[in-house]
Design a binder for this molecule. Structure first.
Ligand code: ABC
Ligand code: CA
Length: 471
């Protein structure tokens, strides 16, 4: 599927080992142990209703290829990022038939599959590594000479030295070598074709020279979204030129700072977003927008104020890019830094009758309704018609979202003089089903309760039955 196809989608990100088991059992899983917990591709198939019921129409699964076996000083390779054999599947997650079945079951539901891939490195459990353990490259000369990354301001150091640590060095592939480059072009084409992947999430993009990526993306032949773990818009922006899309790390940081407490800065969030809109190749349209992922502390490890949580969770669904929700966020998981943020989802019981699960469902419904109602929704850049120290209005017609970081004790007022709607239009808050009419000057003024956000849409475009789900 193309970048345009993905723009309409909403992505559920999951760690295969932690999402669901083949037989539906709920094995003990302590994140601190950093070992495999038995989640599988068959388990994902078993829980596709759970994902689809929330309104997601795409999933991003953790890496699928064979990883180093056994227990290292940093635990086991349950997350899938420690490649040992690029040409075999990780048997902990199932067989080739299982993965093919996942792909075809998704497609039968009209859903997309995104596969996570790692080109930058292979993983070893000794230093120096035993190169003979790697497939297909099994010689020292296939990798950059050993040096740890020590200087993130030196791009050559970032690209040609190694990530990881003494326990698990991430042995840096020589992506300057044509034979290796050509292998990866064939490899990604084959992977996408074999497993019917509709998109690819690319790991450690900033650790490989930029001009490697256009050819790789072309060989993939489907939507590519890269991980550039950096908070700086200008740094990330360069990669918007070489891949279809980037994970929106700069906005992620500002979103977190803005809503993790009642004193966060909403105006910083606004200026970062505006800067990305004007700097990225396709503005903010070609980004993956997220509040949580496998590398950062979950939002609820920073605050458990449910109003702040609800406001922050709303953002990815009302902005210009593609929403991504990391599994477990909807169940209110609170894990901190890696490895605590990779809790087993079965421990939640996959309960759907919960506030945040319902919030996600209505957020997806609102976004889908906006896309269906307006041909321009996906190509109209959001604006901020009102910003105060604790309130924010985000306009992306036919959606006007009202956010606040006042917290659950607050009763915010939003006054938006230019709402983007016409005088007299009836708007519905999709989170409460409350309605109001646009005033004679085209503005609205509305008070919130309990610090909760509002998403206002014309009554004519939002099916009010979705509000009932939320109540
Ligand atoms: C393991 C243990 C951890 C332990 C760690 C040292 O080793 O589990 O408990 O703390 C995989 C596993 C991890 C594992 C690692 C290393 O491998 O999932 O559990 O950690 O063995 C991707 C994936 C990630 C994956 C890998 C490796 C890469 O999303 O899940 O990890 O394939 C760098 C990379 C980034 C990578 C990330 C983990 O490390 O760039 O691609 N993620 C700065 C640097 C970043 C750096 C980041 C973290 O620190 O600039 O490049 O990311 O080390 C902002 C700045 C940023 C700054 C952040 C911290 O602050 O703007 O620049 O990032 O304000
Ligand atoms: Ca590298």
């Amino acid at each position: 599927a193309s970048a345009q196809d993905w723009q309409k989608r909403s992505i559920y990100q999951l760690v295969t080992d932690r999402f669901a088991t083949t037989d539906g059992s709920w094995p003990y899983c302590d994140t601190d142990d950093r070992i495999y917990c038995n989640g599988t591709w068959q388990g994902i198939i078993r829980q596709l209703d759970y994902i689809q019921n929330m309104g997601f129409d795409a999933i991003w699964i953790s890496p699928i290829v064979a990883n180093l076996e056994g227990t290292t000083g940093d635990g086991q390779a349950y997350h899938g990022y420690w490649t040992q054999d690029q040409t075999a599947l990780n048997s902990h997650f199932g067989t080739q038939e299982d993965l093919l079945m996942l792909s075809s079951d998704l497609h039968a539901r009209g859903m997309y599959l995104m596969i996570d891939v790692v080109v930058n490195h292979m993983a070893a459990d000794t230093l120096p590594p035993d190169y003979a353990l790697f497939t297909p490259f099994n010689e020292e000369a296939d990798f950059h000479p050993f040096c740890w990354i020590t200087d993130y301001n030196n791009q050559t150091n970032v690209e040609q030295c190694w990530l990881g640590d003494d326990n698990v060095p991430l042995v840096d592939t020589d992506t300057e070598d044509d034979t290796i480059v050509n292998f990866f072009l064939d490899w990604i084409a084959g992977l996408v074709c074999t497993y019917g992947a509709d998109g690819v999430r690319i790991d450690t993009v900033k650790h490989i020279r930029k001009d490697f990526w256009p050819g790789f993306a072309q060989a993939a032949g489907v939507f590519t979204i890269g991980e550039i773990l950096d908070g700086d818009v200008n740094y990330v922006s360069a990669y918007t030129e070489v891949l279809d899309a980037v994970l929106d790390y700069p906005t992620f940081y500002q979103l977190t700072y803005a809503f993790e407490s009642t004193s966060g800065s909403l105006s910083n969030l606004v200026s970062w977003v505006q800067s990305a809109q004007s700097t990225y190749k396709n503005g903010e349209f070609m980004v993956g927008s997220f509040l949580e992922n496998q590398d950062n502390p979950r939002f609820q490890s920073l605050t458990t104020d449910q109003a702040l949580v609800s406001n922050a969770m709303t953002w990815p669904f009302i902005q210009d890019g593609i929403p991504i929700l990391y599994y477990g966020q909807e169940q209110g998981y609170t894990g901190g830094n890696d490895p605590s943020n990779r809790e087993a989802l079965w421990l939640s019981g996959y309960v759907e009758d919960k506030p945040l699960v319902k919030l996600v469902r209505v957020l997806n419904a609102a976004r889908k309704a906006a896309i269906a109602a307006s041909a321009d929704f996906l190509t109209t850049a959001l604006t901020f018609p009102s910003v105060t120290s604790s309130t924010l209005a985000v306009l992306k017609p036919p959606m006007l979202s009202l956010l606040t970081n006042g917290g659950s004790d607050s009763t915010p007022w939003w006054s938006v003089s230019d709402s983007g709607f016409s005088a007299g239009d009836e708007l519905i808050d999709v989170l409460t089903c409350d309605t109001l009419n646009v005033d004679s000057n085209g503005g609205i003024s509305v008070q919130g309760i309990g610090g909760m956000p509002k998403i206002m849409m014309p009554t004519s475009v939002f099916n009010a039955t979705y509000c009932n789900y939320f109540l």
